[in-house]
Each structure stands twice: as structure tokens, then as C-alpha cells.
Design a protein around this ligand. Structure first.
Ligand SMILES: *Cc1c(COP(=O)(O)O)cnc(C)c1O
Length: 347
């Protein structure tokens, strides 16, 4: 393994002295103390105190659910914040670049733009799988992050395990595996590979399977060394108290979450079958996520027709390899029936 974390971390980040918050300087041991250290309003409202900067309670529950130790976890204001922290820790603006594999999640490119970091795009192959040797030949000391979105948005497939392993062992920068849709997949999470690959970062989110897009909670699993760097540069109170409380409440209801995922998977089946029977649908791609990508005769026209019927989907026709494709999120049984009725009436 030729991965050297020190060598790929930005000089300014290495030299940084982080802000020390009141809650960093005094960590409660549970005993009754009078807190006059943070200039808070003392009158109890449920949110008058600053939240735990390290979200210990939430992390402990997540560690239990995901089967990895809590100290390998960093939480952020959505995966978007977690991904942004990775750019700020490792990518020197105007100098370094990232590698993405289109068609994929648009935020990698946007975050690169915000951080003035270049993007090298290496399109997936015709089976929507990474071109491993091309990626490894393209890397340089300036290619700091490689984004593998698996299951991938918008193609909905998982990347094959051998390709992922070859990339993790051959890439000299950090490999970010975005597992936003992992709970809908048959594939095992890469979190179990953390000890094998020091350059692995796995991101997950409560926005999809856990049904909490509104609270903004993203997860980042990585080595203790990488987590320490990210903790140094994150805003001290980046996950607010309401989010932490709401997440804890939802995470207790494991059976409820599992049931919703089961319902979504069985509705995904229904949707795949129904789409396959629509005459203007030419291809339905197998899904490992909570959405279905389908190719149609004329994506722009079909998109407009569905909109007129009161149904909003995502037109992916401008994405690489995705000409004339539409992306359908799996809804409730009733929503899906409405979609199918509309598709039939348009056809
Ligand atoms: C939806 C999605 C996310 C989730 O982002 P959040 O900021 O956590 O809501 C992350 N990655 C991919 C590929 C997604 O599709």
C-alpha cells in the first residue's frame, strides 16, 4: 500500500490550530455542574445550550446499527458538508483535482467548482462500471480524491466488488465510496473494509432509506487519522440539536425503518415491471437503489407529458451514457399507481 496521508493533506490544514469551543474545553462527566462558560441563555427551552460538537449519542447508535466503532465516524450537515470537508482537507485550490466517473451525482462537480479544484471525468463503461485501468493510469500526485458512487446515482447499479478493491489498492489518493443508497442494495457496505484500506472514506446519509432528508445528517466513515483531520476543520457545532434529537428518535425505531425499506423494495419491483410494459419504454435498468432509470423514445417529450399529468420525475437525458433516460423515484403504492396510470394514458 503506497498511501501516505501526510503527503496528501494540505499544508495549511496540517498547520491549523482548530477553534476550541466551550464544549471542547470542558466535557461533562455527567455530574451536576453550573454551566457559565458559553454565554448561553440559561433559561431552559430544550435548545438554549450548544449541541454536543461530536454528537456522541447519535454516533453510538449509528455505530451499533452499522457495526463499526463510533470513533471512525464523523457526522455532518448532510453528506454534502462531509464531502465539502474532504475537499477542504485534501485539495489545494488551483492545483489539485478529483476524479469522477460520469454519469454520477452532480454535487462532486459542484463542490469542486466551489473549492476551485479541477475535475477529471472518466466515463463509466457501457455496463455502467468503472474503467479501472484507465482511472489508475490517469492518476497523478495532484489527483487527491476519487469518487465511487455505489449504488450509483442516476444509473442505480452497484459497482462490482473486484473493481472497487482494485481501485482502493491502486489509487494513491483517497477513495470516497458514496453509499447514499446502500440500504436498498444487496451489496455489502464498504465500512467493513476500513481496516484493510487506509485511503478509504465511506459516506452515508439519513436522507434516503432513513427518511430524514429534512434534518440534514450525513455520515463519514474513515481511519482514525482521517477523522482527526476532518474534526479539526469542521465547524464546531455543525450538527444542530434538533437534528441530533430527531435522528436519535428515528434510529430507535429500527423495525419501522426496515419495514419502509422492504415496502420501497417491493414497490420498486412493481415499478420495474410496469415500466417494462409501457410501449415507449425501450430499456429498464436493474436497480440497487430506491429509484429506477429507464430509457424511452423521447425523454424531453415524455417528461413534459408526465409534468402535465401532475407527476415530477427527473430527466437525465443530458448526462453521459444517459440519452433519453428518465429517473423515477419509488413512491408510496398510491403514488406509484398514479405514475403507472399516467404512463399508460400517455402511451
Ligand atoms: C441523495 C444523495 C446524497 C445525499 O446527500 P445529503 O446531503 O446527505 O442529503 C449523497 N450522495 C448521493 C449520490 C445522493 O444521491
Amino acid at each position: 500500500m503506497n498511501f501516505n496521508l501526510d503527503k496528501i493533506t494540505r499544508e495549511s490544514v496540517k498547520n491549523l490550530k482548530p477553534y476550541s469551543s466551550a464544549r471542547d474545553e470542558y466535557v461533562s462527566d455527567g455530574s451536576e455542574m453550573v454551566f457559565l462558560d458559553a454565554n448561553e441563555n440559561p433559561y431552559e427551552s430544550g435548545v438554549n445550550r450548544y449541541p454536543d460538537p461530536y454528537q456522541r449519542s447519535v454516533k453510538n447508535v449509528l455505530a451499533d446499527i452499522k457495526g463499526a466503532p463510533a470513533d471512525h465516524l464523523l457526522l455532518g450537515n448532510g453528506s454534502d458538508e462531509v464531502l465539502d470537508l474532504l475537499f477542504r482537507a485534501f485539495c489545494e485550490p488551483g492545483q489539485d483535482y478529483i476524479i469522477t466517473l460520469p454519469p454520477t451525482y452532480g454535487m462532486y462537480q459542484v463542490l469542486a467548482g466551489i473549492n476551485n479544484v479541477g475535475v477529471t471525468e472518466i466515463t463509466l463503461n457501457a455496463d455502467f462500471q468503472p474503467q479501472v485501468s484507465k482511472i489508475l493510469e490517469t492518476q497523478s500526485p495532484q489527483s487527491k480524491l476519487l469518487f465511487l458512487c455505489s449504488p450509483n446515482n442516476p444509473t442505480s447499479n452497484s459497482f462490482d466488488t473486484k473493481s472497487m478493491h482494485d481501485l482502493l489498492s491502486g489509487f494513491k489518493g483517497i477513495v470516497v465510496v458514496d453509499e447514499a443508497y446502500i440500504d436498498f442494495s444487496n451489496q455489502e457496505s464498504c465500512v467493513s473494509q476500513l481496516y484493510k484500506y487506509p485511503n478509504l472514506v465511506v459516506t452515508q446519509t439519513l436522507s434516503k432509506a432513513y427518511g430524514m432528508a429534512g434534518i440534514r445528517l450525513g455520515l463519514c466513515w474513515a481511519s482514525l487519522e482521517i477523522i482527526a483531520i476532518l474534526n479539526k476543520i469542521k465547524p464546531p457545532y455543525n450538527v444542530n440539536q434538533l437534528t441530533q434529537l430527531k435522528a436519535l428518535e428515528r434510529l430507535q425505531d429500527r423495525a419501522g425503518v426496515a419495514q419502509e425499506i422492504q415496502n420501497i423494495l417491493s414497490e420498486r419491483n412493481v415499478m420495474e415491471q410496469a415500466l417494462g410494459a409501457i410501449p415507449f419504454v425501450t430499456e429498464v435498468f436493474p436497480s440497487d437503489a430506491n429509484f429506477v432509470l429507464a430509457r424511452v423514445d423521447d425523454a424531453n417529450r415524455r417528461y413534459d407529458q408526465l409534468l402535465a399529468a401532475g407527476i415530477v420525475i427527473r430527466n437525465r437525458t443530458t448526462q453521459a451514457l444517459c440519452e433519453n433516460t428518465l429517473r423515477f423515484t419509488v413512491g408510496t403504492p398510491e403514488e406509484n399507481r398514479k405514475l403507472i396510470t399516467a404512463l399508460k394514458s400517455i402511451a
